[in-house]
Design a binder for this molecule. Structure first.
Ligand SMILES: Cc1cc2nc3c(=O)[nH]c(=O)nc-3n(C[C@H](O)[C@H](O)[C@H](O)COP(=O)(O)OP(=O)(O)OC[C@H]3O[C@@H](n4cnc5c(N)ncnc54)[C@H](O)[C@@H]3O)c2cc1C
Length: 465
């Protein structure tokens, strides 16, 4: 069934709201089990936070989610079952740090021994991340994060924890910038409990910093959603923002600009802030409403700079740069076979605010100056300079993931996944592991589908008994 802007069927077993990788994985699993599914997607395309421009100069360009981690088993299996191939990304070589104008190299994905007069920087960075890992292990990935200890961690921001636990100013600023980039929220706004459960859900700091960025899909990551949308037994309606969901014990009516749809179940596969723009009748339980009203998307820009060759690799560098002056982290995002080589840089949280305040011309120049300082004079003349500003993209309005201020997770954590009557919640924010990543989106989608398949089977047994 090709992607449509109008629906052919008004009733199905399940309506999936949101055609990102999570909603599409939900639909895929449900259709495999023989249930009828309609996906309603607000944008004019599927894929959500994965968006590939296949015809971009020099090779396919991923505007959003891109890297596959070594332990992203379920999304990898899904992509491979759809016929996609992956390639290992990130050439080995030295990483470059720039702090206060000083440029220092470090071994692959590691910290320099000394920087800006801090002699034992490596040991101090390892100690700071070690403290975060130990606390994350205690907080855990499963929740519901409502003990007294959890509440105490939820009462402080990451910035205040860093102030009390990381003495060195340079180390503290490096760790803070790293967190800002990883989730797109600023440490001055993020709950420490939220950050710790995020680390626990993504295994540990090493996994977040290194193994999460292991490989890339040939041709781009949006293809996963696009290939599922090609299934003839799933109806996908795009340009169909959902405005209202009316639900009873075992029936759902969904109102969108593409029409009114009914089903036995609905899966809400949109981030909490997007769900907050939908009217639910009857209103959702209070914790879920609080979650949706108070948890925004992070803010992040993705800058991609393309060159005729990976000249940095010949110089023994990996293309990974941590620039504390411009507050970005870059990686090499070149795929074998690309006509141009790509450096991709991420700027998030308060760094994003400062980046935008520079204005378009100064931003470009500041990025190129930084790349020249880190990689050499050849970086001054790119073939392509491109920014994807996710906070201004309608129906997503941020990147890469939902973030939480103090006082929210300990009170509403369980509401991330708790079913409400015939409603289930998916989206990477509802993932058991790897929340914030494509893997989390697939996990959450498959879990939501499985819950419906079980409920559907149980209801059929009751009817036939
Ligand atoms: C810049 C950036 C870089 C990233 N890098 C990586 C990476 O390297 N590796 C990785 O694994 N992950 C990465 N991610 C994260 C990854 O892309 C996301 O975790 C994942 O794509 C989320 O999928 P989802 O389906 O849960 O949500 P989404 O993709 O947000 O899908 C939700 C869908 O719901 C739709 N929607 C919203 N409101 C409505 C409505 N009212 N009615 C109907 N539809 C609606 C939206 O348009 C959207 O299509 C990155 C994300 C960004 C933005």
């Amino acid at each position: 069934m090709p992607i449509r802007t109008t629906a052919t069927q008004q009733h199905s077993d399940v309506i999936v709201i949101g055609g990102g990788i999570s909603g599409m994985a939900t639909a895929h699993t449900l259709a495999d089990a023989g249930l009828t599914v309609t996906v309603l997607e607000a944008k004019d395309r599927v894929g959500g936070r994965t968006h590939t421009d296949a015809g971009f100069a020099g090779g396919a360009l991923d505007h959003g989610g891109m890297y596959i981690g070594t332990t992203h088993h379920r999304s990898r299996a899904l992509g491979e079952s759809l016929g996609l191939e992956s390639v290992v990304a990130r050439p080995s070589g030295n990483m470059v740090f720039r702090v206060g104008g000083e440029v220092v190299e470090a071994p692959d994905s590691d910290y320099p021994a000394a920087l800006r007069g801090v002699e034992d920087l490596h040991a101090k960075m390892t100690e700071a991340y070690g403290k975060i890992d130990a606390l994350a292990k205690r907080v855990g990935s499963e929740g519901p994060w409502d003990t007294a200890e959890d509440a105490a961690l939820d009462a402080i921001t990451v910035a205040s924890w860093l102030r009390d636990n990381v003495a060195d100013d340079v180390v503290r600023r490096l760790v803070a910038a790293d967190i800002n980039i990883l989730v797109g929220g600023d440490t001055t706004e993020l709950s420490m409990l939220f950050w710790l459960q995020y680390v626990a859900k993504c295994e540990d700091m090493h996994a977040l910093q290194v193994t999460a960025n292991h490989s890339l899909w040939v041709g781009g990551s949006q293809q996963i959603s696009q290939r599922i949308a090609e299934r003839t037994d799933i109806e996908v309606v795009v340009g169909a923002p959902v405005a209202e969901v009316v639900y009873g014990d075992a029936d759902v009516t969904v109102f969108s600009t593409a029409g009114t749809f009914t089903a036995t179940y609905a899966v809400i596969a949109v981030p909490p802030s997007a769900a907050n723009a939908i009217r639910f009748n009857p209103p959702l339980p209070l914790p879920r409403r609080q979650l949706q009203a108070r948890a925004p998307m992070g803010r992040e820009v993705k800058v991609q700079v393309r060159y005729p060759s990976q000249f940095w690799v010949q110089d023994g560098k990996s293309g990974e740069i941590f620039d504390l002056d411009l507050e970005y982290l870059s990686l090499d995002a070149t795929r074998p076979g690309d006509e141009l080589a790509t450096i991709v840089a991420f700027i998030g949280g308060g760094g994003y605010d400062r980046w935008y305040a520079l204005g378009e011309e100064r931003r470009r120049q500041a990025m190129l100056d930084s790349l020249v300082a880190a990689l050499g004079p050849q970086a001054a003349v790119p073939c392509v300079y491109h920014e994807t500003d996710w906070p201004s993209i309608e129906f997503t309005m941020g990147a890469p993931v939902t973030v939480m201020p103090p006082g929210l997770l300990s009170v509403t954590g369980a509401a991330l996944t708790a079913p409400v009557g015939p409603l289930r919640f998916a989206g990477t924010e509802a993932a058991p592991m790897w929340t914030g990543y494509m893997e989390g989106g697939v996990q959450a989608g498959e879990e939501a589908a499985r819950s419906i398949i079980e409920a559907h089977a149980a209801a059929n047994v009751e009817v036939s008994a």
